[in-house]
Design a protein around this ligand. Sequence first.
Ligand SMILES: [Zn+2]
Length: 344
Amino acid sequence: MHATVMFGAGDVHIETVPDARLVRPTDALVVVTRAAICGSDLWPYKTMEYSETGRRMGHEAIGVVEAVGGDVRSVRVGNLVVMPFAYSDGTCVFCREGLHTSCIHGGFFGTVDIPGAQAEAVRVPQADGTLFVLPVGADDALMPSLLTLSDVMGTGHHAAVVAKVGSGKVVAVVGDGAVGLCGVIAARRLGAEQIIILGRHPDRIALAREFGATDVVSERGDEAVERVRELTGGLGVHAVLECVGLEQSMRTALGIARPGGAVGRVGVPQDETLPASQPAFYNNVTVGGGPAPCRAYIEELLPDVLEGLIEPGRVFDRVVRLDEVPDGYRAMNEREAIKVLIEF
Ligand SMILES: [Zn+2]
């Protein structure tokens, strides 16, 4: 079969690889019908050291179950399924607490252990706990929005939940990538009164406004902090969704949180230390977040997608075939595209 392999920074190819197959009795084999390139795929695209074997990329997909192992009970051959970016058994202590990304028997797609989903087929471990059967046909017009339940919509929602967004809250979203834009959707959905997006790309800002952003701050650093304070009567915001992961974005997030506020961070941190620890301490700011348990959120978000109440699929502004995926990486890396959908 054909699959996306990254060999080093900027070095992505479609290669012929051994067919995906069942390995364990809890596995399912899924033929991919839609996949996506993620903003987090751009970190290795910028920095990965050359590897002769490469890394099989991709962790967001919808597909049709082609085969299941002997222990799989809730997923059947022929089901149309969405897979979250992490696999999980759905039964361990952390899964029962809704934190599927810490599953004791879990892990992540697109890693050394589990080859990625930017491929014609993918092996899905812990199929019963991982896969969610979709109640629509494979050509449904909602497919782009359903695909965001794999990652970006669930991740934006997670940031909002951790930041304690609720009715009447003043919210800021740091970052105007696909996750930040989904964070705007999530904040509005959870009842935020004012939603300030921090970003500077006109196409993304325009989409953020359509999703419910009420204010835009395009400054950076101290100027951004000052501008948010102006917009909030000098107080800062109740809830910050940090959707970038850089030192500067985290510093900004902590700088705009009001005393007693909360920061939900979902941008993969590129530093080992947390900046602005002292202001966060003196302001009693809660800092939380991490890999979103997207599997836990599908039940909650799916009805709104099916009813058209939210349209996170609009973050996809380019569609490619599998053989065009390398150019999809380039386009996202050069900010020519917000997010790339792969159709098979
Ligand atoms: Zn688990």
